[in-house]
Design a protein around this ligand. Structure first.
Ligand SMILES: *[C@@H]1O[C@H](CO)[C@@H](O)[C@H](O)[C@H]1NC(C)=O
Ligand SMILES: *[C@@H]1O[C@H](CO)[C@@H](O)[C@H](O)[C@H]1NC(C)=O
Ligand SMILES: *[C@@H]1O[C@H](CO)[C@@H](O)[C@H](O)[C@H]1NC(C)=O
Ligand SMILES: *[C@@H]1O[C@H](CO)[C@@H](O)[C@H](O)[C@H]1NC(C)=O
Ligand SMILES: *[C@@H]1O[C@H](CO)[C@@H](O)[C@H](O)[C@H]1NC(C)=O
Ligand SMILES: [Zn+2]
Length: 316
C-alpha cells in the first residue's frame, strides 16, 4: 500500500529541484519523509476526491501520470483498478469525424446551476471546486444528475478531431442511483475565461498555500456566478465511457461540448501551479473506442432536419 511507500510518483518530464550542492544524509532522510507524507496525502486525496465522491476502493494506492504509476500501470496498482486496462468503455477518447453519428433525438442540454458558495480545493492530482449547498443539476435522457464537483485537467483529456486542447473542465454530476454524468468543456489558449477570472485571487491563494507546503489547501471562493458555464450549447458529443482516473469505473455518461472555449495562458498556469510537478500534466491518454458510437447533438442540424433531410451530413 502506498501509505507504506510502495509506489513512487514519477514525473514525466520533471524539472526536478536543482540542488546547489549534494544533500547531506540528514536532508535526504527528511526529504524521504516529506515524500512519504506527500504520498499519504496524495492517496487520501485520491481516495476521497479525485474520482468524485468517496470511494473506499481507491484507498491505499497512488496513481500518477508517468513512470511506474502512470496510466499504463494503473490496473496493476490495485485489484480494484482492473477496469483501467480490461475495460472496453474507457475514457477519454479522440472524437473523430468518421465516428460521429448525428442523433436527431438528442435534446439540447438542460442545465440548471445555482449561484452558490464554492470552495477551491487542491486535490493533489487536480484543482477542483466543491460546493457547500445544492449547486444544481443536469437532465440527461430524462435522468436528473446533481452537480457534485468540478475540476480541471491540463492539457485536455478528450481530443476533438485529433486535436488536444490546453485544458478541460469536468463538471461531475451524480444521480440518486450513483451513476455519473460528466459535462466536459475544452479550452484553447486565447482570451480570459470569465468563470475562472472571477476567482483569480483565490487560485493565487491556492498556489501560495502550496508554496508554503500545504498540498491539500482549501480556499473559500464565496458565491460564484455559474452563468458562464451553463451558457447555451448548440452542439455536443455524447458517449458512454468511464472515469478518467482509477478505478476507471464505466457507464459514465459523457457530454463534450462541441465548441472549444478560450482560456488565457496565465489561467492555465494558475490551474497547474498548486499541483506537484508529476500532476501538472494530469491527462490520461485517449482510449480505444471499441465500436462505441459517439452521438452528436446539433441545434442547427435539428432545425435543418425538419426542413430538409438531404443536407444534414454537411453539418458537424
Ligand atoms: C433534480 O433533482 C434536484 C435535487 O433532488 C431537484 O431540486 C431538481 O428540481 C430536480 N430537477 C428536475 C428537473 O427534476
Ligand atoms: C492545509 O489546508 C487545509 C485547508 O485549507 C487545512 O485544513 C490544513 O490544516 C492545512 N494543512 C497544513 C499542513 O497546513
Ligand atoms: C456563504 O459564504 C459566506 C462567506 O464566505 C457566508 O457568510 C455565508 O453564510 C455562506 N452561505 C451559505 C449558505 O453557506
Ligand atoms: C448504466 O447507466 C444507466 C443510465 O444512467 C443506468 O440506467 C444503468 O442502470 C447503468 N448500468 C449499470 C450496469 O450500472
Ligand atoms: C502530458 O501527458 C500526455 C499523455 O501522457 C502526453 O501525450 C503529453 O505529451 C504530456 N504533455 C506534457 C506537456 O508533458
Ligand atoms: Zn476529470
Amino acid at each position: 500500500m502506498v501509505g507504506e511507500g510502495g509506489y513512487k510518483y514519477q514525473s514525466q518530464s520533471g524539472p526536478v529541484n536543482h540542488e546547489q550542492r549534494f544533500p547531506t544524509k540528514q536532508e535526504l532522510k527528511y526529504k524521504k519523509k516529506k515524500k512519504m507524507m506527500m504520498i499519504k496525502l496524495c492517496f487520501l486525496a485520491m481516495a476521497l476526491l479525485c474520482v468524485g465522491p468517496a470511494n473506499a476502493q481507491t484507498q491505499g494506492v497512488v496513481f500518477g501520470y508517468g513512470g511506474k504509476n502512470g496510466p499504463n500501470q494503473w490496473a496493476h496498482l490495485n485489484p480494484h483498478f482492473t477496469k483501467c486496462a480490461a475495460g472496453k468503455l474507457q475514457s477519454p477518447i479522440d472524437i473523430q469525424r468518421r465516428q460521429i453519428f448525428y442523433n436527431q433525438r438528442l435534446e439540447s442540454l438542460h442545465r440548471d446551476y445555482h449561484t452558490t458558495n464554492a470552495t477551491l480545493v487542491n486535490h493533489v492530482c487536480n484543482v477542483a471546486m466543491i460546493f457547500s449547498e445544492e449547486a444544481g443539476d443536469v437532465m440527461i435522457e430524462n435522468k436528473n444528475y446533481t452537480l457534485v464537483q468540478m475540476h480541471w485537467h491540463t492539457p485536455s483529456e478528450h481530443h476533438l478531431h485529433g486535436v488536444r486542447y490546453a485544458a478541460e473542465l469536468h463538471m461531475v454530476h451524480q444521480a440518486k442511483d450513483g451513476s455519473f454524468a460528466v459535462v466536459a468543456s475544452l479550452f484553447k489558449i486565447g482570451t480570459e475565461e470569465p468563470f475562472l477570472a472571477q476567482m483569480k485571487d483565490k487560485l493565487v491563494k491556492l498556489k501560495e498555500e502550496r508554496s508554503k507546503g500545504n498540498q491539500t489547501a482549501q480556499v473559500e471562493v464565496g458565491k460564484i456566478d455559474t452563468r458562464h458555464i451553463e451558457r447555451k450549447t448548440r452542439k455536443y458529443f455524447r458517449y458512454i465511457g468511464s472515469l478518467t482516473t482509477p478505478p476507471c469505473s464505466e457507464n459514465v455518461s459523457w457530454t463534450i461540448l462541441g465548441k472549444a472555449r478560450s482560456m488565457s495562458m496565465e489561467q492555465v498556469e494558475l490551474l497547474r501551479s498548486p499541483l506537484d510537478t508529476s500532476y501538472k500534466n494530469n491527462s490520461r491518454p485517449c482510449q480505444p473506442l471499441n465500436g462505441r458510437r459517439v452521438e452528436m447533438f446539433h441545434e442547427l442540424a435539428n432545425k435543418y432536419e425538419s426542413g430538409n433531410k438531404k443536407k444534414k451530413t454537411q453539418l458537424n
